[in-house]
Design a protein. Sequence first.
Lengths: 115, 113
Amino acid sequence: AQSVTQLGSHVSVSEGALVLLRCNYSSSVPPYLFWYVQYPNQGLQLLLKYTSAATLVKGINGFEAEFKKSETSFHLTKPSAHMSDAAEYFCAVSKGGGSNYKLTFGKGTLLTVNP
Amino acid sequence: EADIYQTPRYLVIGTGKKITLECSQTMGHDKMYWYQQDPGMELHLIHYSYGVNSTEKGDLSSESTVSRIRTEHFPLTLESARPSHTSQYLCASSGSGGREKLFFGSGTQLSVL
């Protein structure tokens, strides 16, 4: 069985500061890893995904994440926060291989950006 | 970009009522999903479908039922709503290519009094 743990249910940064949202995973097989973002009153959108290719994955809106197998981590970063980045961010894992596509989500991290 | 629609957006209903949450997508996706989300908690998969006349229960046990008579439509029904059913319900779909990204609807916030 796979699972993800997001450290910190709430992260607050100043505009222009580095954003770091932490995600650690547990999987019995090589995982596929995802970050989703949920803006207020909207559905989830895919930010980026890792599918066993390059370990540094670039996503939309300047976000990127690095897959570190030795640390079982997939932390999300952005060099400079913007007010529009305020949202809830979900890390998710699915089993690599096969055709079933069931994601297991973390509890989410609410990002607040202060002016 | 995402063409997946959920109605209603908000629903407040009394205990014992039958409700149906609608979900439709216009992308021709084979796979559709229902997730349940409580504040501060992870999303839980409660139902999924890999095509017409195919439905499976997800990881979290739910008293709701689903049907998939048409590719584009995946409604969720509660025969008798209870306060414990109060939650946000998110519908999603994905293509048949494997590892396709999920497209999510905006969700239905259900409150059962």
